[in-house]
Design a protein around this ligand. Structure first.
Ligand SMILES: Nc1ncnc2c1ncn2[C@@H]1O[C@H](COP(=O)(O)OP(=O)(O)OP(=O)(O)O)[C@@H](O)[C@H]1O
Ligand SMILES: O=C(O)c1ccc[n+]([C@@H]2O[C@H](COP(=O)([O-])O)[C@@H](O)[C@H]2O)c1
Length: 219
């Protein structure tokens, strides 16, 4: 059984913050691997300004180099857009892994807007990583009203595989101010210079083609 972290994201583009929080979570949670699920399209984010999936995936490959991090566009292969569907499918497809969902504090603040968020919390433990400016919003998060009794002590984070969800742990290390928004502000056309030829998914091993497009949102 491989303890595996799932960090879902737009990665538009991937940055050093993704890498540093992943390395930290790998240590804090005793993970064998971290998978970066590069989203075909966050259901709550506008399409405008979202770089093509191959470019975003290529940016994660660079950022994950020499680390136990596997970038994947598996949601594209599975045809899932909502996290609840992705997690259900991953649990079924990889019975020899235990999954923990990882997210930054900014995502916890809007977690109650995710489809079937309570079901997500019943499927897998959740680890939230502190992020500059989002601490208060995370503690005041609507979802925390329901999750509060599921909070586990940080000191026991390495025992997460024995937790029965819902279970949530709030991890804290030196907050990392890096963001994709800041990178895009500096270079909105970052994706035009990214090499995507020969790109392979690091989980499914399937090639990623230039023409990959986002599937429409299921109704
Ligand atoms: N510096 C950071 N500290 C903590 N969590 C982070 C950090 N950067 C990204 N994350 C988390 O990583 C996941 C994927 O993030 P995402 O790809 O949206 O990057 P982002 O920098 O938040 O992008 P954007 O600025 O475009 O919203 C999310 O759960 C997000 O909260
Ligand atoms: O399932 C949902 O309803 C849902 C709504 C918003 C975001 N998500 C997921 O949250 C993860 C973080 O997204 P992002 O764009 O903030 O990096 C990514 O895996 C998204 O698919 C999921």
């Amino acid at each position: 059984m491989t303890p595996t972290g799932l960090l879902g994201g737009s990665f538009n583009p991937a940055h050093g913050g993704h890498r540093s929080i992943s390395l930290f979570a790998i240590r804090a949670l005793g993970l064998g691997e971290m998978w970066w699920l590069v989203s075909p399209g966050n259901p709550l984010k506008p399409k405008a300004g979202m770089a093509p999936l191959p470019a975003r995936l290529a940016s994660t490959h660079r950022m994950a180099r020499n680390a136990p991090i596997r970038p994947t566009a598996i949601e594209q292969h599975l045809g899932t857009r909502y996290t609840v569907d992705t997690i259900r499918r991953l649990i079924r497809r990889y019975p020899n892994r235990r999954f923990v969902w990882i997210m930054g504090a900014d995502n916890l603040a809007q977690f109650h807007e995710w489809r079937k968020w309570r079901e997500i919390a019943r499927l897998v433990p959740i680890a939230v990583i502190a992020r500059p400016e989002y601490d208060r919003a995370a503690h005041a998060a609507k979802a925390m009203g329901w999750l509060r009794s599921a909070v586990r002590p940080r000191a026991q984070a390495r025992n997460w595989t024995s937790w029965r969800p819902p279970a949530i742990v709030l991890l804290r290390f030196r907050p990392d101010p890096r963001s994709a928004t800041a990178l895009r502000a500096r270079d909105p056309d970052w994706h035009l210079s990214v090499e995507t030829r020969g790109l392979r998914d690091r989980v499914t091993r399937r090639p990623i083609h230039e023409e990959v497009t986002c599937p429409p949102l299921p109704r």
